[in-house]
Design a protein around this ligand. Structure first.
Ligand code: CP
Ligand code: NVA
Length: 311
């Protein structure tokens, strides 16, 4: 295993399964220490993380800012359009400039290709804070939560219901494949995961014994599941497709009846923000099986671990 220092985390596949476990194990230590009263561990004293957003964010923005400050560092946060990027300065020139000021860049973008370009030209680590293709920091918190709640990851069955081509679903598939879990995505025709992501997940699954499947059949996905996961049907940037998406994906709504098909001790997960009444009903997201607030909290612990290792 190469060290993680100086590396990018643009896709889950940027890290080997062993490296992903290293982040999860450090997250566990940091969470324990935080609950023991040691929230501030100034190992990144004097270092700066730049956060750049092309889209709104609550959890990602706040958890990264708090994480960096709890590690003794600083943050600079800006919207894409308020930087010269908004006036046409190239991504490459921006990457070169920012690398002279900061020690790491986390960016939330529309196009995954822009993030890859940023990473190519930056001399400092670049972290994907969500793109149209992936949400790899979310998947770290998600599998950390599954590990925490289920005591294991290997062999755990995760059912994802909704948009199969969703960024969160893509990163979850890659993470499930990397960590030896079983993941079944239930989605409508026309919403299948990206072929590139499926192939990458299958390649990893062959090494770890994970199983990745895509189906239109909700019951096939949920029956015997340990985790039922969903995300919005209309992601940021897809607003023009609202009607079509609402119509096509409505059979994949997580209701109490759907939860009753899963294992009795199954947990409900959602990356948030949720569109209540659409992909999930109130009685599930607010119900006893829901772990969404722990999941949101875990963004902080897992990103502290990630920053500690990369910066
Ligand atoms: N889950 C997530 O990334 O939330 P935000 O869009 O609020 O950052
Ligand atoms: N799929 C959602 C995730 C938000 C955290 C989106 O991209 O809008």
């Amino acid at each position: 295993m190469r060290g993680l220092r100086g590396r990018d985390y643009v896709s889950v596949t940027d890290f080997s399964p062993t490296e992903l476990w290293r982040v999860l194990e450090l997250s566990r230590d940091l969470k324990l220490r935080a609950y023991g009263g040691e929230r501030v561990i100034p190992v990144l004293s004097g270092k700066t993380l730049m956060l750049v957003f092309q889209k709104p964010s609550t959890r990602t923005r706040v958890s990264f800012e708090v994480a960096m400050k709890q590690l003794g560092g600083f943050t600079v946060t800006a919207n894409w359009t308020e930087l010269q990027l908004g006036r046409g300065e190239t991504i490459a020139d921006t990457a070169r400039t920012l690398s002279r000021y900061v020690d790491g860049i986390a960016a939330r973008v529309f196009s995954h290709r822009d993030l890859v370009e940023l990473a190519e030209h930056a001399a400092v680590p670049v972290i994907n804070a969500l793109s149209d293709l992936e949400h790899p920091v979310q998947a770290l918190a998600d599998f950390f939560t599954i590990w925490e709640k289920k005591g294991r990851v290997s062999g755990v069955k995760v059912a994802f219901l909704g948009d199969g081509a969703d960024n969160v679903a893509h990163s979850l598939m890659l993470m499930a494949a990397s960590l030896g879990a079983r993941m079944v995505v239930a989605t409508a025709k026309g919403y299948w995961p990206s072929q590139k992501i499926l192939e990458a997940a299958e390649e990893r699954a062959r090494l770890t014994g994970a199983e990745i499947e895509v189906t239109e059949d909700v019951e096939r996905a949920v029956r015997g599941a340990d985790v039922v996961y969903t995300d919005v049907w209309v992601s940021m940037g897809q607003e023009a497709e609202v009607e079509r998406r609402m119509r096509d994906l409505s059979p994949y709504r997580v209701t109490r009846e759907i939860m009753s098909m899963a294992k009795p001790d199954a947990i409900f997960m959602h990356c948030l923000p949720a569109k209540r009444g659409y992909e999930v009903v109130d009685e599930v997201i607010d119900g006893p099986q829901s772990v969404v607030w722990d999941q949101a909290e875990n963004r902080l612990h897992t990103q502290k671990a990630l920053l500690m290792l990369l910066l």
